[in-house]
Design a protein around this ligand. Structure first.
Ligand code: HEM
Length: 532
């Protein structure tokens, strides 16, 4: 038992401590933060002790300010010269960069599985409920990822990826695009022409193809639902790569002070809900006994039939898979064609050669994928385009799933690894004068198409682009058809800028160009298509 005096003394002491804490609250909070950050920083220094060398970095922001955001390949190549082909950068988390074709090839064959992970940071984890291996296809790893990837590849192949079935689908949407463009043209002194911003037209065409494949849906041109959804995806992609959200990814506490964070989660969840609502509609109407014609129905059918791998398949995962196919397939392809037209405006001699080849070989018949070998200059131009535009300048980061030895350094399991495609495409020992647009580099002395094994726009190894065959078909059919039907010019000889914009995807600045019709009638594979 305590006597009364000691109790009073204790109460007085407690009230002093309470008072002290009250008046020094801010000080204590700051001290706690400093201690926490110091501990984090020391742990971080310890973890990165054995990393390959790299440029000096600033606390919290790492090397973010060192990079040319619109032309990151130039910064990567500069570091490669100083630190060798494998180096470490901090954005602000540490990333080991592999910036050499031979090493990429070697590591992909030796450690394909070990380097096939994806970093699951705080920012993306929000949408996958922070599952340790992520969810969906793009930002997922391990068994869940292989189940999704295998299923998606099989389904797209069943729908005819790389075959004529899909070619017909692409041609349906392409015909709508050509007719729509044609409807804008007016006769001006015998020339049928108009000034057009192609970006929305191409988005509806490519978005139409992917919507068709993923949801079996069609949106008419200008449909506000499509525009709203596209805006959500564009914003989320832009936000994902922004320095402020990268900071939140590295130090999640900063989410309380980053103003854009709230908008990011709101829009990210709106995308997920969009797909979940769509899936619910499919659940009401799909029939297990019929052949599915879109990805969502195929997935639901598989879920209802095979319970064996059902632990990796769920409605939530299907919603993320659908979003991944949409984001993976939309912006990359639209951007490639937009750049293609822009380069033709800047290089009219290339445009003339394309017109000559297409007119000589195809005349007024539409292009077919199976006949692309007849068009060597077209193939060379598309390869050069995919090389120079470097559509994913930062790539999609990988994560080491086990310790791997790289040039005397150990990449520890859990480390982020970047397979730098731009450092290969702009390596002057592989592609001389890499900043110049020269389709001829993909032709031999007789004018035959000469593919280059070091051209890797779709990446390599286990994570190589899942939609490569679809993308190659789309780019070929759209590009040839646009060039066959139209010619593209600067308006009043004022060239639109060819400078790049910073971002996760290398997108051109918006531009309008003059489009002239080349033949009296449109040349298209499927002229029965009409906009609903
Ligand atoms: C010109 C068009 C395209 C280019 C240049 C391109 C390029 C790439 C690249 C570089 C990667 C990352 C590879 C890696 O992580 O190492 C990738 C991944 C991916 N792409 Fe594409 N892509 C294009 C079109 C498409 C299309 C049309 C689809 C839709 C089906 C698609 C779906 C995906 C998916 C789902 C992934 C993630 C694969 C995985 O993580 O396993 N892409 N793409």
């Amino acid at each position: 038992m305590y006597d009364r005096e000691s109790v009073v003394q204790l109460q007085v002491m407690a009230s002093h401590v309470w008072e002290f804490l009250g008046s020094h609250r801010v000080f204590l909070f700051v001290m706690a933060c400093v201690l926490m950050l110091t501990r984090r920083y020391l742990r971080f220094l310890n973890a990165t002790r054995f990393f390959p060398p790299g440029p000096p970095r600033l606390p919290f922001i790492g090397n973010a300010l060192n990079f040319d955001q619109a032309y990151p390949h130039q910064t990567f190549l500069k570091y490669k010269k100083i630190y060798g082909p494998v180096f470490t950068i901090h954005l602000p988390n540490p990333i080991i960069v592999i910036a050499d074709f031979d090493l990429l090839k070697k590591f992909n064959s030796l450690f394909g599985n070990e380097l096939a992970g994806r970093p699951s940071g705080y920012i993306y984890g929000l949408f996958s409920k922070h599952q340790p291996d992520g969810d969906g296809i793009i930002l997922c790893q391990g068994e869940r990822w292989s189940a999704q990837r295998r299923f998606a590849l099989r389904t797209l192949r069943d729908f005819g990826m790389g075959k004529s079935l899909l070619e017909n689908k692409i041609n349906d949407h392409l015909s709508l695009l050509l007719k729509r463009m044609d409807s804008y043209l007016e006769n001006d002194n015998g020339v049928c022409k108009a000034n057009i911003d192609l970006s929305l037209h191409l988005s509806f065409c490519v978005g139409g193809i992917i919507n068709d494949l993923v949801m079996g849906r069609h949106h008419y041109f200008g449909d506000p639902e499509f525009l709203y959804f596209k805006k959500l995806i564009d914003n989320t992609l832009k936000g994902f790569a922004s320095p402020s959200l990268q900071l939140v990814d590295a130090v999640p506490l900063t989410r309380f002070i980053v103003p854009y964070y709230r908008q990011y989660i709101r829009e990210g969840f709106a995308i997920q809900n969009y797909f979940i609502e769509e899936i619910k509609k499919h659940m009401k109407t799909f029939d297990v006994t019929t052949e599915p014609t879109n990805f969502i129905d195929a997935y639901l059918k598989d879920m209802s039939e095979t319970h064996s791998h059902s632990k990796h398949m769920s409605i939530q995962t299907l919603a993320i898979d659908s979003g991944d196919l949409w984001t993976g397939g939309m912006e990359t392809t639209v951007t490639s064609i937009l750049w293609g037209v822009l380069y033709l405006i800047h290089y009219p001699e290339v445009q003339t050669k394309l017109h000559d080849e297409i007119d000589n070989v195809l005349d007024v018949t539409p292009a077919m994928v199976s006949e692309r070998h007849l068009l060597p200059y077209v193939q060379a131009t598309i390869d050069e385009l995919l090389r120079i535009i470097n559509v994913l300048p930062w790539g999609i980061p990988h994560q080491a799933l086990a310790d791997v030895e790289v040039k005397g350094h150990t990449i520890r399991a859990g480390t982020t690894v970047m397979m730098q495609i731009g450092a290969v495409h702009f390596d002057e020992t592989i592609f001389p004068e890499p900043e110049k647009f020269k389709p001829e580099r993909f032709l031999d002395e007789y004018g035959n198409y000469k593919p280059h094994k070091k051209l890797i726009p779709f990446g390599m190894g286990k994570r190589q682009c899942l939609g490569e065959s679809l993308a190659r078909m789309e780019v070929f059919l759209l590009f040839v058809s646009l060039v066959q039907n139209f010619s593209f010019h600067a308006i009043n000889d004022k060239l639109p800028t060819i400078e790049r914009r910073a971002g996760m995807t290398s997108v051109p600045h918006p531009y309008i160009c003059e489009i002239r019709k080349r033949h009296k009638n449109l040349i298209m594979a499927n002229d029965s298509q009409n906009e609903k």
